[in-house]
Design a binder for this molecule. Sequence first.
Ligand code: NAI
Length: 401
Amino acid sequence: MVIAVICGGGNGAHVCAGITSSQPGVEARVLTLFADEAERWANATKDHDFTVTLHAANKDPVKLVSKPSMVTKDPAEAMRGNVDIIVFTVPAFAHKNYLEQLKPYVKPGMILAGCPGQAGFEFAVRGIWGELALKVSVMSFESLPWACRVLEFGRAAEVLGTKATLVGAVTECTPKPSSDPTATLQKVLGDAPKLVVKGHLLGITLMGTNGYLHPSIMYGTWHKWDGKPLKEVPVFYNGLDEFSAKLLSDISDEVVATAKAIMKQRPQVDLNNVSHILQWYHRCYADDIEDKGSLYTCIKTNRAYKGLPHPMTKRDDGSYVPNFGYRYLTEDIPFGLVVMRGIATIAGVPTPNIDTIINWAQKLLGKEYLVDGELKGKDLPESRCPQRYGLASLDTILGLA
Ligand code: NAI
């Protein structure tokens, strides 16, 4: 029996709970630390089925009716007995709390999988768990396995699409684990998506593409905004302009240059899992893009993004102003671009384009990360850049020291 503790209480956690608890030989437990979610979920499901409906193109929907063995907010209860794997299916800003509360119950040989881990996941694990992190196999994946949503809290959720493959990386624990971490997670998730685990964990951090995609479009659209309200809500991805696409491409070049500089200095480290975002679009959205010619057209003609709007606030008179308090900046700067900047600094790679966006966004957010071109702002501890955890050399960020 594989025991999996699923962390979170949102869309991903609901779907993971349903899918995992229906796998043979797997026990699924849910740990949600947020507000009264555990209580509400446990009550909702007490005398009621828990259903996850799987949709897939050209197939009839499949209904899974299967409950996790527990939903709790108590880490001691969730981690009782021989837990094999902890799966994070919760946004990155919530990881710190889970890592801190789970720490007393983590045992050598366990697996921790971030699905997604998002940029800086491994730094947070090492920063919070310390030496213990070396005794755990840490996995990070570039996304959630599914596009999904809760239909009725604690009772029903649906999968709109399952990724065919999910790319990730692992740092195995020392001593070597008795069972293969990838095989264990695959057993927990079922046959799909097929897990493709290769290269160094840092490569998954550097491919935290939301961290540069969203801020680039926000900056491109709003950095010259005259402050006048708009009559309509602009379209986010499909509405991007050539300027934002070029900025995004330049930032992606800075990220790729960072990976190359690290491999040059540490040839034993495989960061071939880092690619330009154009190749990433070709791989992840192969069937959704009408015109694959350039990065601009890949985003502009991407059907998966159809109609998704800019985050805006509606005013009393019916006009709109941009909402700079949305996660495209509040999360994607501290858990995205600031992380990339921290790694690039250690690798010795200049990042003029990343800096332009951080400098612009931090003013809007009322935060300080970069000061005089250095990562020494007062709000750095809220970010996931490696320096914030005292990881300031190449060997420490790579886990070689
Ligand atoms: P979600 O938005 O459903 O997560 C909400 C959950 O986060 C809440 O239910 C709660 O458990 C926790 N939470 C919210 N506010 C909190 C707070 N202040 N403190 C602590 N915990 C709090 O997230 P979802 O959709 O499950 O996504 C999980 C991750 O997967 C995210 O990083 C998301 O970007 C990514 N993702 C999601 C996809 C989807 O289709 N839902 C698709 C691809 C990636």
